[in-house]
Write a protein that binds this ligand. Sequence first.
Ligand code: ZN
Length: 197
Amino acid sequence: MSDLQIVLYPHPALKWKSRDVTRIDAQLRQWVADMFRLMYEAKGIGLAANQVALPYRLFVINPTGDPDQPEHEQVFINPEIIRRNGSAEAEEGCLSLPEVFGPVTRAERIVVETFDLNGQSLQMELEGLAARVVQHESDHLDGILFTDRVSADTLRELQPLLDDFTRRFRQAQQAGTIPDNEQLQQRLKQLETERAG
Ligand code: ZN
């Protein structure tokens, strides 16, 4: 059984600028399988590694959100968005901020270069929901949340919800059910070192 779980705002992993994946091995494959499972359990369509407190440039998506349609599953390893075209606004949410939603403007179409789980390099042209999910998840790898991309007015509306998350997180830390930030950051650095080079 895996001990991975989805971390909630404001866990420091969500602000982490993640490191490149340096090798695809059994451990990484296991993490990917766990991430898909957690994503489906949470009714999500994408999940980035730092949302399960793994500081690596990796995310999984399935724009259908349907575990019975695994043909739509895609694993992105060390992805780079190399082209963005057009602009579209749509409501977004995040598994690290349950019940928080807001409109975000993103590129309508993107070209992304990535490695897959076989270490194969590929280039993909995406549009619509898939393009949006990939932009949202790529942001995660740089420590950026969708709430960093909403308008000032929307952020003002969402702020009380974010404050509630912060309050609950601090309470859990004071109660000892979540380690303090220094320990959480130590753990992230340790994970980086374990898989560096
Ligand atoms: Zn998210």
